[in-house]
Design a protein around this ligand. Sequence first.
Ligand SMILES: [Zn+2]
Length: 154
Amino acid sequence: MHCPFCRHADSRVIDSRTSDDGLSIRRRRQCPQCGGRFTTIETASLNVIKRSGVIEPFSREKVMSGVRKACQGRPVTEADLAVLAQAVEESVRQTGASQIDTNEIGLTILGPLRDLDEVAYLRFASVYQAFDSLEDFEASIAQLRADHARDAAD
Ligand SMILES: [Zn+2]
C-alpha cells in the first residue's frame, strides 16, 4: 500500500504479529522513500447486514450490548459476555461467510447464551425467535426441562 506520508507506491514490512485471538495480523511498515513508519491491520472481512439494510463491520461489542440487556439482574459478568461474543464471532467466521444478517447473529448467540444463563436465554430467544404467545415460552421452557432431564439421566 501507499505510504500515508509521502504517497510512495511501496512499503516494506518490518514486523508482523498475529493478535492473541488469531483473528488479525498487525504489520509495521516502513516507507523506503521517506523512512516513515506506519501500521496496518489485516482481518478477514466480516460484515453485518442490519434490518435497515445498512452494512457495518461485525462488532463483538455490539453482540455484548445486545446480550447484556437480556442479562440484566442475572449472575453474568462482563468476562462471560466477552467469552460469549468471541464464541459467536468464531462460529460465524467458521461458516466462511463474509456477510451475515443480524437475525443470523441472534440465532448464533442462542446456543452459548443458553449454556451461560437460561433466563437470559429465554429473554433473548423471545426477541430473536419472535415469541408472540405464552405457548412459545412454554414450548421453549419444556425443551429446556427435557434437556435437563436428559442430562440428569446421563
Ligand atoms: Zn513515504
